[in-house]
Design a protein around this ligand. Structure first.
Ligand code: GSH
Length: 205
């Protein structure tokens, strides 16, 4: 299989971490696109939305969207499932994935508005509008912190990747002081070998 990727993407990281957690990363050839320009020229060939991640299966089928790819990967191993079968636990972890992916999306929009425009086109209220979503979502997870404990499933994995990306784009938000239980959980999650192996070096941004 081939995975089209860029190292900073929280959605790509979900796939890369999960592949390592379930022990099938050696079946995936990661194609790291070197620049936004390369992404813009390459990705529409695989995904009409032009987005990473996209996974090309050995029979040539293309899957895109981290949610679809991760659920596919979960069918490729016999260990504990990241997408539990129909149960309260399934809906809980899918909902947490949706919340975490929403954090990633809000951070992407905020950083595009703040860092990728000429100064005269930066509209701070639009940035704040997105960062408020991030703050509310992190506080919501802090308030229900138990959901992160137990086996790593797709929800907690998505939270870890979304927070890693938040820290990369907005290192001075200070969410850790306001959400100490979540901060402690994130620190311990980052010790997992799969998180370490996919940590994006800030100096390379
Ligand atoms: N819902 C998608 C989101 C993917 C996404 O937003 N990817 C970003 C990178 S982090 C992207 O490719 N952006 C390029 C673009 O929007 O043209 C997923 O989970 O895979």
């Amino acid at each position: 299989m081939k995975l089209y990727a860029r190292p900073a993407s929280p959605f790509v990281r979900k796939v890369r971490v999960m592949a390592r957690e379930i022990g099938i990363d050696n079946q995936i050839d990661e194609i790291m696109l070197k620049s936004p320009d390369e992404m813009m020229s390459e990705m529409p060939k695989h995904n009409p939305l032009g987005k990473i991640p996209a996974l090309i299966l050995d029979d040539g089928t293309t899957l895109y969207d981290s949610r679809v790819i991760c659920e596919y990967l979960d069918t490729r191993h016999d260990g504990p499932k990241f997408f539990p079968a129909d149960s309260a636990e399934r809906w809980q972890t899918l909902l947490l994935q949706a919340l975490a992916d929403g954090i990633g999306e809000a951070v992407i929009i905020a950083s595009m508005n703040k860092f990728m425009r000429p100064d005269e086109f930066i509209y701070e209220p639009a940035v704040d509008f997105q960062l408020e979503k991030v703050e509310r979502s992190l506080a919501d997870i802090e308030n229900g912190i138990e959901i992160l404990h137990g086996a790593l499933t797709i929800g907690p994995l998505s939270v870890a990747c979304a927070i890693g990306y938040t820290n990369f784009r907005f290192p001075d938000l200070g969410w850790q002081e306001r959400n100490p239980k979540l901060s402690a959980w994130f620190e311990s999650c980052c010790e997992r070998p799969a998180m370490q192996a996919t940590h994006f070096d800030m100096s390379a941004k």
